[in-house]
Design a protein around this ligand. Structure first.
Ligand code: SAM
Length: 293
């Protein structure tokens, strides 16, 4: 049996051995609680049939658990200092490929084709994300043409609450809509800051995203729909009408178009965007599109 990387003692020993001090600027908080790692792998239902992508393996604590459960693991780590460390800590496993690259600059479809032996296997993304780029990473993944059977990621609790928020709550906003447009989002469990070295100064949560049911209404223009999500919540406490006119203008012609679109969509101009469901946003977008806004 190979000892786990994830323990406070072993983590400290590895960091001492390689003279690694964690970089705050890279969001380096390493998990040292093996139970949390087991729970993350379990939340992803990772099995020997699955290919797994990991972002930010760090010193390999999660990578190791993924390698034991999965078919193959492809991990992207930006910090060059950690590449030698990973070559050492992960040497017992022959189903891991570590790539020294910024995940935001990777051509993921190309990397997937080049790295996995069986590209028809189910694909899952499992990671303890670098929190400073949680949103850009998720947006990149969701906007790519890649089909993920599950995305199980740790992030700041506050962001996790926004991703999984339902209409009418204060956490509900453009991020909830952008994510839920493609995936069902569920908060799997929360994680105390004590489970990391060093302790982050925020609490964390694991979010599980799975492919959603097909939408009942499709948008005429996806890019404009995503812009409408942002426009709707530009000033959260203002009405939908205020935010629409702030974005599109309020000359007579525009007021007429906006009024007609809202009527067609059967949405009150006095409502706040936080009351609108995803389907209502799409209906509104389509009506605005039809009205030539
Ligand atoms: N997976 C390890 C764990 O759970 O203990 C480390 C997670 S730590 C929160 C985030 C990791 O992401 C760090 O290893 C950091 O160097 C890496 N990272 C930060 N920015 C990155 C980027 N743009 N691309 C790839 N990895 C990045």
């Amino acid at each position: 049996d190979i000892p786990d990387i994830a323990s406070p003692l072993r983590t400290q020993a590895i960091m001492n051995q390689y003279g690694i001090n964690t970089k705050k600027s890279l969001g380096q908080n390493f998990l040292t609680d093996i139970n949390i790692l087991h729970n993350i792998v379990a939340a992803g239902d990772v099995t020997a049939a699955d290919n797994v992508i990991e972002i930010g393996p760090g010193i390999g604590a999660l990578t190791e658990q993924l390698a034991r459960a999965a078919k193959e693991v492809l991990a992207f780590e930006i910090d060059t200092r950690l590449i030698n460390v990973l070559a050492d800590t992960l040497s017992p496993y022959d189903n891991i490929k570590v790539v020294n690259q910024d995940i935001l600059k990777v051509d993921l479809p190309v990397a997937i084709k080049a790295s996995f032996t069986d590209t028809t296997a189910p694909l899952k993304l499992v990671a303890n994300l670098p929190y400073y780029i949680t949103t850009p990473i998720l947006m990149q993944m969701l906007q790519s043409e890649i089909h993920f059977d599950a995305i199980v990621v740790m992030m700041q609790k506050e962001v996790a609450d926004r991703l999984s928020a339902v209409p009418g709550t204060k956490e509900y906003g453009s991020l909830s809509l952008a994510v839920q447009y493609r995936m069902d989002a569920k908060l799997a469990f929360t994680v105390s800051r004590k489970s990391f070295v060093p302790n982050p100064n925020v609490d964390s949560a694991i979010i599980k995203l799975t492919p959603r049911e097909p939408l009942a209404v499709l948008p005429h223009d996806e890019k404009q729909l995503f812009e409408l999500f942002k426009i709707g919540f530009a000033l959260r406490r203002k009405t939908l009408w205020n935010n629409l006119t702030a974005a599109f203008g309020k000359n007579e012609v525009m007021v007429d178009k906006l009024t007609k679109a809202l009527e067609q969509a059967e949405i009150s101009p006095k409502i706040r965007a936080e009351k609108l469901s995803l389907e209502e946003f799409i209906t509104l977008h389509n009506a605005l599109f039809d009205a030539g806004v």
